[in-house]
Each structure stands twice: as structure tokens, then as C-alpha cells.
Ligand binder design. Sequence first.
Ligand code: FES
Length: 96
Amino acid sequence: MALFKRLVEQDRPVLAFTLDGQSASGLQGDTLLTAVLTCAEYVRGSDFRAEPRAGFCMMGACQDCWVRLGDGRRVRACSTLLEAGQNISREPGRSI
Ligand code: FES
């Protein structure tokens, strides 16, 4: 189940990536947040409460969208562009 549904711009090139080890795909020009939420319900688990998170500010300010890349970097999903072949891991947080 996905949180986001694409309504427009669906003709961009498809980029394959993995999300928590599972095959997934997004479109060229997607942020990681868009790519993750068009194929999943959440982007990370909350560090403080028993709930999944899907970002908040969407502009790189709140730190509510951290994901981990395969090279170990922790990046803000809302302000990082998807690249083909990326391995994205969601942090489970306290409850997920
Ligand atoms: S949603 Fe706020 S920093 Fe990404």
C-alpha cells in the first residue's frame, strides 16, 4: 500500500532501487521521499512515539524524513534526489 499516488508526470524514466531490501522503483526527478511514499505507507519510524512518519516540512528543515543509504549515509529523504540502484533503508524508530 502506498501513501502517495501519482497523478501527473508519469512519463519520466523509471529508476530501480531497493527499499529495505525489496525491489522498488521511482521516477527520475523524484526525491527519495516521493519514491518511497509512492510504494510504501511511511518513510521512517518515530524516535519518540509509537507511530510511523511520512515527513513533515518537505523542505529539508525538520529532520522527520531521515533514511539510510547503502553507503551508510543518513540523508533527508525530502531533499535528496533518487538515483538508480540506490539501497534505501528505513529506520524503524521506537515502535515499527
Ligand atoms: S520532511 Fe522535514 S526535513 Fe524532510
